[in-house]
Design a binder for this molecule. Structure first.
Ligand code: NAD
Length: 459
């Protein structure tokens, strides 16, 4: 049975035609689209913030900081560097090819499909989209079905600000996305789970469409006795409980050396109370779990953990899916809590004898999206740098490596492929065409034309 495509062929063809018309090569066209996207975010800050708050239940300031400001800063970075980052790169010719010249030209790929998740529903659609436009592409954008208000708002605003010739928004869940993935795109930029990442990559293979997969997983955090437990705990608590732990690069679990374990647990409890008060359910600064299914999944993860809850644990599905910041110890390494991505405000803390044991545990698992190390010891830091592989590595602070202009962001292995943000977005979303200019005269290639002299044949 043929499924009905949610985006019709004529619309897709029009999006592709705009790119092949050459208009999008023009840097002014790209600047105008980036500026329009920027204006859209700023002019509809209130409505976007409210939509995210209603869909995901995150605090007002978090939406501004981690979604809207993030997008605006990325656009500003792209605008400031567009000419430099898209300029042709000259390449020297070997003597055999002279006279002549060569360069690498970054070309738009065509129509890029951007599929986003629900946890940062604005940022994770518009930041890739900014890269798509900066590279001179047009886009089909598919927001998550779990954030219907954001999806409806973007479906109204994006074509209005960017033009229906530049962007199409497809709203829908699994059936709509399945149908959409049957279409031919020139690149697919997917952010979401490894499970759906596989579905996307399988569909892309039908058309040999290149993919960027920004996936998730369990990002480990290592702490040893060389660091101040209070300072480390404040950073970990902030990174873990921002957006109620529903952040792809949130510290998923902590591996702490046993000599530092008790001090860290005490400091974690202190930081949670400092940030969210004695009763976090009454804090305006703690987000909620996105829906009842995820709430149930998290409660079951804690109940089946085989460990001991030493902080939090209380939950109330009727209070907008509330789950307290929770710390669990003595969790067996094969418990679901230590094998599934948690994606919620639950932090397992596991004792290890030393950094080498932590490296062994990390290397026995899928390659993570982020790895956080809290140690003042140089040899320990080097051990993690040389003996582990992860999408990103940050010493002393979670999450904020994403906001360093110039640091590309992406996963490796199970946490994804490809990278973006800033220059990396333009490189990822462009075709790198090799161009050679060779004058016809003098005809320096004459030396390799047949008929080949006998001495050359035997050489
Ligand atoms: P998800 O994979 O369930 O959904 C992502 C998108 O795919 C949504 O738009 C959804 O509608 C669509 N989708 C869902 N099922 C599909 C199917 N069967 N066929 C086609 N499309 C389908 O992910 P999510 O729950 O929205 O987000 C959470 C996951 O995303 C976590 O694993 C998290 O770590 C990851 N994530 C990664 C990053 C990153 O930048 N690497 C950022 C945020 C979230």
């Amino acid at each position: 049975m043929t499924q009905l495509a949610p985006v019709d062929q004529a619309r897709l063809a029009a999006l592709r035609d705009l790119v092949t018309s050459g208009i999008t090569r023009d840097l002014d066209w790209r600047r105008s689209r980036l500026s329009a996207l920027r204006a859209m975010v700023l002019e509809h800050e209130e409505a976007l913030t409210e939509a995210v708050r209603e869909d995901v239940g995150k605090p007002h300031l978090e939406v501004r900081l981690t979604e809207l400001s993030f997008v605006v800063q990325e656009i500003d970075l792209l605008l400031a560097n567009l000419a430099r980052w898209t300029a042709p790169r000259r390449v020297g010719l070997p003597v055999t090819h002279l006279p002549g010249s060569a360069h690498v030209q970054l070309q738009p790929k065509g129509v890029v499909l951007v599929i986003g998740p629900w946890n940062y529903p604005v940022q994770l659609l518009l930041t890739p989209l900014a890269g798509v436009l900066a590279a001179g592409n047009t886009a089909v954008v598919k927001p998550s079905d779990l954030t219907p208000r954001v999806a409806a708002l973007l479906a109204e605003l994006l074509p209005r600000y960017l033009g229906a010739d530049t962007v199409e928004v497809v709203v829908g869940g699994v059936p709509e996305t399945t149908a959409l993935l049957q279409e031919r795109f020139d690149h697919i930029f997917f952010t979401g789970s490894p499970r759906v990442g596989r579905i996307v990559m399988r569909a892309a293979a039908e058309h040999l469409t290149p993919v960027t997969l920004e996936l998730g997983g369990k990002s480990p955090t290592f702490v040893d006795g060389t660091v101040d437990p209070d300072l480390a705990a404040r950073r970990i608590v902030w990174g873990k409980f921002t957006n109620a732990g529903q952040t792809c690069v949130a510290p998923d679990y902590v591996l702490v050396t046993r000599d530092a374990r008790d001090a860290l647990l005490e400091a974690l409890a202190g930081a949670v109370e400092d940030f969210f008060g004695a009763d976090p359910s009454r804090s305006d600064d703690l987000g909620r779990i996105v829906n009842a299914d995820h709430h149930r999944r998290l409660v079951e993860l804690v109940e089946s953990s085989g460990g001991h809850v030493v902080l939090g644990g209380d939950h109330d599905v009727d209070d907008r899916h509330y789950l307290a910041p929770t710390v669990v110890v003595d969790v067996p390494l094969d418990a679901p809590l230590m094998s599934d991505e948690i994606f919620g405000p639950v932090l397992p803390v596991i004792g290890v004898s030393d950094a080498a044991e932590a490296v062994g545990i990390i290397n026995g698992r899928e390659r993570p999206l982020a790895l956080y190390v809290f140690s003042e010891d140089r040899a320990t830091r080097e051990l993690f740098e040389t003996r582990t592989i992860s999408g990103g590595l940050a010493h002393g602070a979670p999450l904020i490596h994403l906001a360093v202009p110039g640091l590309p962001f992406g996963g490796v292995g199970e946490s994804g492929m490809g990278r973006y943000l800033g220059r990396a977005s333009i490189e990822e979303l462009s075709h790198h065409r090799s161009v050679l200019n060779k004058p016809l005269a003098p005809d320096t290639l004459a030396a390799v034309y047949p008929p080949y002299p006998a001495w050359k044949r035997s050489a």
